[in-house]
Ligand binder design. Sequence first.
Ligand code: NAD
Length: 260
Amino acid sequence: MLKGKTALVTGSTSGIGLGIAKALAAQGANIVINGFGDVDGPKAEVEALGARVAYHGADMSKVSDIEDMMRYAAAQFGQVDILVNNAGIQHVARVENFPVERWDAVIAINLSSAFHATRLALPAMLAADGGKGWGRIINVASVHGLVGSAEKSAYVAAKHGIVGLTKVTALENATTGVTCNAICPGWVLTPLVQKQVDAKAAAGNISNEAATKQLLGEKEPSMQFTTPEELGALAVFFCSPAGNNVRGVAWNMDGGWAAQ
Ligand code: NAD
């Protein structure tokens, strides 16, 4: 379905981003991956699906890195047709104890990076398909884009912000072939959440299993994690012809978290 299209997925060396990159690769898209840590492993996983894969190590907190990554992606594959703004970090502390440097980092990586990548991707998307425009911008927000949780001020502010950015981007391009939507996962067992499970286990002196149960039980009625594969399938839907007129939604996959 996505043969000939190019998808850039930020923060795709791990977790949800890697899951979405693999789902888009399985549909035939070329993939630009980005993120820190091991690159060869994730790159090989995406290539194994038959995709052409390029990697750029932009630090998403740095505007000049993002500009360089967008230029690199266009040079590799012609242009970016699908932009998945996924890179994100977490920091947990009460507002009065929240380190200022962590606030700035969370806002830069979880929110401002999406603005920069989007503004740089839009011109080519709008010019695509003989000027009618074709593009898909998918923002990986969170259920924390819809509701709050204590001790996550920067994260919740950034995720509410990205839901707002999603709506405005969708509206500004509503008469074109460029859509913008957000995905709002509940708990997904990635390294980002494993750290929170570990902290719970240490604080309560309980097992990993008990801490996991506690974490899910506090928020997620289904008592199960959403998977990167399920989120990848939703991203594929947004890219499909059936997603042509889905614009500005914040779609939660959260086991009922926000329904409470
Ligand atoms: P993860 O830690 O597994 O992956 C994060 C990715 O972002 C990695 O590839 C990492 O290298 C990259 N990254 C981090 N800082 C970066 C930077 N400065 N520049 C470039 N890349 C950077 O986390 P995840 O759980 O897969 O999270 C992905 C997204 O999903 C985040 O935006 C997160 O807020 C969101 N999310 C996660 C959950 C969850 O339960 N795991 C729930 C809702 C939303």
